[in-house]
Structure formats: C-alpha cells, structure tokens
Design a protein around this ligand. Sequence first.
Ligand code: 13P
Ligand code: SF4
Length: 301
Amino acid sequence: MAIQEEILKLKEEKNAVILAHYYVRPEVQAIADYVGDSFYLSKVAVDLKEQTIIFCGVSFMGESAKILNPEKHVLMPDMEADCPMAHMAAAEKIQKVREEYDDLAVVCYINSTAELKRHSDVCVTSANAVQIVKALPNKNIFFIPDRNLAHYIAEQVPEKHFIYNEGFCIVHEYMEVEEIKEAKAAHPEAEVLSHPECPPAVLAMSDYIGSTTGIIKQAGITDAKEMIICTESGVLYELEKRYPDKKFYFTETLPVCRNMKKVTLEKVLHVLQTGENEIFVDEVVRQESRKPLERMLELSK
Ligand code: 13P
Ligand code: SF4
C-alpha cells in the first residue's frame, strides 16, 4: 500500500484529522484535511469533531491547538520542528515594559511559545494583526516577538505608539533586496507579493503585503500573470494548484523554512501508528495562554 493510502486508512481508524500549514512539503499538504495560514488553522482547530489532531507545522501551532482544545490529543510529526522566532522575546522584558508604560497592550504574534502568550494581552497573526491592534483601546503597544511585523503594523496604525522587540524570522529576514531586483529585471511584468515578516526595505518594493492566505488570494485577484513571491516557497504548491495559468518566481536564494520541512509523510504515518509526540501544556500555563488566543478569535470575528 502506498504511504498516502496507509495514512488515510489509519486516520479514519483512529478518528484523526490532519492540519497542515502552507509551508510544509507539497506531499504533506496533499494528504491534509485542512491546509491554511496560522489564523485559519487556529480557527479550524476549535471546531473539529475528531479526537486526535495531527498538526503538520511547527511547535507553536500544535501548542496553540492544544491550548484551545485541551480534551483533544494533538500530535506533532516532528517534535524538533520549532520556529526560532517563537522564543525571541522574554517575560522579564514584558514585565519591565509594563512597569514603564501606562495604557499598554502586550500584543503577541501567534509565532510564540505558550510561556510568552501567557504574559500577553492578546494574540494576533499576520492575517488579523492590523484589525486587532486598531480595535485595542490602548495607546501603547508592545509587540512581540517580530520587529518586522511590528513595523508594518505601526505604519498601518499610526495613531498607536509602538515599543519594539528584537525578534525576527530567520527565513524572511534574509530576503535580499538585490535578489528581488534581479527577479524584477528578469520578469519586468511581475508583481511582488510579500509576507509582513520581511524587512521594511523588501516591503517597500512590494505591490501587496499579507499573510500566506492573503498572498494566495491576491494572486487570484490581481490581473498580473507573473508574480515574485517573497515568502517561504511551500506556498508554491497551492499557488500552482489554484492558478495553473500564472507564473510564480522566488528569489535566487530560495526561501526555505527548514523546520517546516522536517514534517514528512513517514513521520505523519509514524505518529498515527504509535500516538507518539503528543503535546502537553502545563494547566496553569494553558489557562493563562488561552485568554490572549481567545481574545484574538473574538476580536477578529
Ligand atoms: P502565516 O500566518 O501567514 O501563515 O505565516 C506563518 C509563518 O510562520 C510565517 O513565517
Ligand atoms: Fe518561523 Fe519563519 Fe519558519 Fe515561519 S518561516 S515558522 S516564522 S522560522
């Protein structure tokens, strides 16, 4: 039996459901029940009837699913698939900023550990960050961990005062302006579609900025037939599936998230067979980190 068939058969037998982010390998996206951006996946996780969730993504995604669904089993195909940015902030710094500023909201990008979420007032993803920050009553915003996303939101919501944190995504941070210029020179008709985790200089030369789902939708909305995609290259699978007549290019240094690529079909099958790699979150941490996640879901309705 092909591995895909084995996975689908076991998934039924074990009453499991497979969630996958757009950055995982194409063959993993192909066997998933739900594929999407971080926001979509966190919403979907709340309404599932299956008892076991196989989360094909990085740790903070599985952890968020567990925080919102404590009664379910959440299994990660690879426990080492972690997002380095999720650790790039500190509870002590949050405490310090809280002491320094009145009228402050600590806004936590969902790409963060439960430990950081529990010290925050609200979570956001790149799909809803502008909407949520605008809706907050507070004047001062301490945005963790991503400084690039923070700068992008600050531009969109100039009425707020931002305090920045020095976190970044190791994939988007190194997207090179020169390489985008080269791609534009080779494809002068192409529009540039970028993720807000890219540095400001990359965003400044972009025709569209949005989450992975935003980029995929925009590729269908625009009349452009060619696009330079400034985000992790896993999105190509969905882009080509939806728009076979359009052409998509990346920078010469292909943006690859090595952590997302750790998820393989073999590992998905293994956790289905064994029930290994289950995520557990300490109950106090879970209760406290659930609040900012629920507030995000509420504010982005
Ligand atoms: P999205 O929320 O746009 O899916 O992005 C997640 C991510 O990890 C970006 O690097
Ligand atoms: Fe984290 Fe960047 Fe990978 Fe997204 S692409 S999971 S932010 S390392």
